[in-house]
Design a binder for this molecule. Structure first.
Ligand code: GAR
Length: 210
């Protein structure tokens, strides 16, 4: 049977992309990565894809005056490579409702905070400024709002008085690399059922991913 085809969208260094590539290689994600797209040129995510012989392209957002045109190109490429599921892995653009409708409930994102706290592009800075004692990461379906779709998985880490954005980000990132591949596999194997805001996980008794 053909494996489901993933399209991974990234903007930068691509460590989440790498953890997904590794999980696919190790048979922990039953899918093929059909295409990696970045919205910025010369980023490490492209090099990681190239090194692993995964088709990759940059659709440089700066070259498009209108978001509609950028997203039209994105869609064109995703369709050309027969991508069925979109995985956002450090993709720092907000996708329009019109774009998302093309892949409704087939787009996953990871956010570096315990949603619904600290949405947006500066999660660690905001968490530290607020003074929380615990932060973490969230895997969720992408809906038409900002970081607001139904939550699939979360992992928590402590926040220390001595933390900087960098130290907190590194601690959270370690958890991202664990929960994102697991959540993707649950999704791909049909174990997730969306009921309103809730994502029910089949045969899950622990409340987590283990
Ligand atoms: C990750 O921490 C990811 O959660 C975050 O960007 C980082 C990308 O790192 N995503 C967002 O903030 C999305 N709003 P990576 O390029 O090494 O995977």
């Amino acid at each position: 049977m053909n494996k489901p085809v993933l399209g991974i969208l990234a903007s930068g260094r691509g460590t989440n992309l790498q953890s997904i590539i590794d999980a696919v290689d190790e048979g922990k994600i039953s899918a093929e990565i059909g295409l990696v797209i970045t919205d910025k040129p010369a980023v490490m995510a492209l090099q990681r894809a190239e090194k692993n012989n995964i088709p990759n392209i940059c659709i440089d957002r700066k070259k498009y005056a209108m978001r509609e045109d950028f997203e039209a190109k994105l869609l064109e490429k995703l369709r050309e490579y027969e991508v069925e599921h979109i995985i956002l892995a450090g993709f720092m653009r907000i996708l329009s409702a019109a774009f998302i409708r093309n892949y409704k409930n087939h787009i996953l994102n990871i956010h570096p905070a315990l949603l619904p706290s600290f949405v947006g592009a500066h999660a660690h800075r905001d968490a530290l400024a607020y003074g929380v004692k615990v932060s973490g990461c969230t895997v969720h379906f992408v809906d038409e709002g900002m970081d607001s779709g139904p939550i699939i998985a979360q992992a928590a880490v402590p926040v220390f008085d001595t933390d900087t954005e960098e130290t907190l980000a590194a601690r959270v990132l370690g958890q991202e690399h664990i929960i994102y591949p697991k959540a993707i596999e649950l999704y791909l194997t049909g174990k997730l059922h969306i009921e309103g805001r809730k994502v029910l996980i089949k045969n899950n008794t622990s409340g987590g991913l283990s």
